[in-house]
Design a protein around this ligand. Sequence first.
Ligand code: ZN
Length: 363
Amino acid sequence: MTSRQPRVPLPGRLGPGSASASIALLATILTACSTSAPTTPQPATPTAAAQPSPILATDGWEFGTPPNTSRGLAITTRSYRLYTTTRDAALAARLPTLLEAALAQYRTLITPLPLPAERVETFVLANRAEWVRCVQMLWADRADAYMTIQRGGITANTKSVLFDLGPRDTLVLAAHEGWHQFTQATFKEQLPVWAEEGIATLMEGFRSEPGEHTRYTFMPWANLERFDRLRDAHGTGAIMDLPTLLASSPSRELSGGDPLTWYAQVWALSHWLMQPQRRPALERMVANAADGTLLQTVASTRGEAARVAASRGRGGAEIFATYFGDPTAHGPLDNDYKDFIRNVVAVGSRDRVTQGQPPSGMR
Ligand SMILES: [Zn+2]
């Protein structure tokens, strides 16, 4: 989905001493996400050292227009401007560190990637009612389409709009949405949806050590919510084959499909692509999207018709075929992917995933 928006005001007012801001909403692809996070507490990393606070400035911020206003904070870090009305002071204190730590993970997990040229904006509202108002203020003409999201967030035009889902789930969602902000702010071409969302789910995995300044250690396998959903789907025979997965999207799954199984499967797909035999191709695909040579690579590898297909609807299967090979159902790659899922959910894996470790024999 793309659309061009007029300039609209920031959905709130900054406190005394701060300049008011406005937001330019330019054409971009919507990324709507529906996610929830592990409910099992994650053990702390015993050797992790405290990190310095990334906060450069904290201002008062008032969300909404009178009389429906909520007091909050506008927090500035090197790469983020965080606006929040959460009543959870501990969450507000942890979010800036989480966002900056996640950014370091975005830039290094797959291939070296650049910093955004400007700060990106993240809104974390206190509840869904405020989230609805914020989404309507930012994206009036398409807000209705976003309202199917009951428990999740939206990132468009490099802005993420979330609401407080509880401490752990909010941080997981912020790490996921932050990947979309990052690619929207720095990539010259977009990844196909299966890769954009799959890599975002890799960013959800982290362990944290509370302290004066919480330290976050990102571990892509530390994601019981995705793991459990994958295991359930495998157990009930609901695993999609590669062509079906590559052709779908969160918004398509939200309207009648099974979005959480789709997310669990793109999480597994991304781990499968991170394995040594496929990882060089994954690195090339991500680097090509970042530097704007993705579609050109599709054209030179598979022809102009494939490029045109890939440029429409983000051509999931064509881009996959360009970098990894033929994804035909029941072909060698599809079978290998399904074998990988079978191994991921095998007995004993859940304990390793709980520790943030890959299942046996995997990376
Ligand atoms: Zn997403």
